[in-house]
Design a protein. Structure first.
Length: 415
């Protein structure tokens, strides 16, 4: 493949992906705006027009910001690639170290730092302007900066050994280096799944056992009849940063945990919490987490294999505007441009995710209460200002969950 061909493919796919993302955002804006004045009939009794309009306005505001962000990201990608930005970072990394492996690690970290700084204006605006305007932001500037510093320390502590090992394997294991790196990545991912709930998440949030005795009894009975064991049911101080509510299942082995945001518990009854928990247990019982891990590991193997092939050709570097080829540059360049080529295929992943949600909902109905789950979901849409009228095509690309109408209809129809 020639340099010209690589260059042309990159530009064409960048235009396609960027244009598609903008088109989907405009569709979402028009569709939500069109349905802003009327609450969908399935929600008339539970969600007011004022709440429905707040959700619409929140969605429109996010889409407007998102379109600017899409254009900004496309501009930065061109600067980093064809504009010589990655080359400049490669030169700087060579000046900071004479050792090839250390140069590679420095290059990767320089890119992460520069990219984070360039993304900071959007992060600040989203947190302190957009989320603030709709009453969701609880984050102080001190917490925001503290989170950045903690994430930076974790990136150094975990990232330097991992990147050093990856770059060593790329240089030492010949043409099949990608297989060794994949095994390393698999082990690291499993370690992170195990370590995250017990050692990493507590650095950012407080996790307390459920104190409500009635709720605790209800949860224990649900766990007993579904045959589930975990290291505990915890309440997280999500209100420290945001008014949004959520619940999730995390961990591996002895570190399995079920986590409720405190913002979620304050809005839900005991039966509704039970239904939400049953939904999360449904993901576990249907092995969605294991299947997701397997899919992720297979996908990462394919990605590493493809990288191992394309980096053999100078045209891969030159066609993307890079003239300082190295193992680290190949890894960085490939991962940077990969989303441009994969975004048009996003609906494929969303299909399986939405299927999993329907299965988890059915499990919740069978083991708790379908009516309670419907009530809980409605309150979640309400408290999170989630639009009840998303554009169907936009949802196929972005939404991992079915839309509110389809999800509740399915729960009502299940027997």
């Amino acid at each position: 493949m020639s340099t010209h061909t690589v260059n042309l493919l990159f530009i064409v796919f960048l235009l396609i992906s960027t244009g598609l993302r903008l088109y989907l955002s405009v569709r979402q804006t028009l569709y939500v705006g069109k349905h802003r004045q009327i609450v969908p009939k399935d929600f008339v009794q539970s969600i007011s027009l004022v709440e429905h309009q707040k959700a619409a306005d929140y969605t429109l505001a996010k889409q407007k910001l998102g379109r600017y962000e899409v254009l900004y990201e496309a501009f930065l990608l061109l600067i980093f690639t064809l504009g010589g930005g990655l080359d400049a970072l490669a030169v700087l990394s060579a000046q900071l170290s004479n050792h090839a492996l250390f140069q590679g690690v420095i290059l990767m970290f320089l890119f992460i730092i520069v990219n984070a700084i360039l993304s900071l204006p959007f992060d600040l605006y989203r947190t302190f302007k957009l989320e603030e305007r709709f009453g969701f932001n609880h984050t102080t500037l001190k917490t925001f900066i503290g989170d950045l510093l903690k994430a930076g320390v974790l990136m150094v502590v975990l990232g330097i050994p991992l990147l050093s090992a990856v770059l060593y394997l790329m240089g030492a294991m010949g043409k099949v280096w990608w297989l060794y790196v994949w095994v390393l990545w698999l082990g690291f991912s499993l370690f992170m799944l195990w370590a995250f709930p017990a050692f990493i998440a507590p650095l950012f949030n407080k996790f307390e056992p459920v104190e409500d005795e009635a709720l605790k009894t209800t949860i224990e009975r649900l766990l007993a009849r579904t045959g589930f064991t975990s290291n505990g049911i915890f309440v997280m101080d999500g209100s420290k940063r945001s008014g949004h509510g959520n619940a999730y299942f995390t961990g591996l082995g002895n570190n399995k945990r079920i986590v409720f945001f405190d913002t979620l518990l304050k809005d839900l009854s005991t039966s509704e919490v039970e239904a939400v928990l049953a939904h999360e247990l449904g993901h576990f019982k249907h092995k969605h987490i294991v299947k997701g891990m397997i899919f992720s590991f297979v996908l990462s193997l394919i990605v590493l294999f493809l990288l191992g092939q394309v980096m053999l050709y100078p045209a891969f570097f030159e066609g993307l505007g890079v003239h300082y080829a190295s193992d680290a540059m190949a890894l960085l360049l490939f991962l940077t441009v990969l989303p441009v080529f994969t975004f048009p295929f996003s609906p494929l992943g969303s299909i399986f995710s939405r299927k999993n949600e329907y299965e988890a909902d059915r499990f919740a109905k069978d083991n708790a209460s379908g009516e309670a789950l419907i009530s809980a979901l409605t309150k979640l849409y309400q408290s999170n200002a989630a639009t009840l009228t998303p554009d169907p095509l936009f949802s196929r690309f972005y939404d991992s969950h079915p839309n509110a109408k389809d999800r509740i209809y399915a729960l009502k129809e299940q027997h």
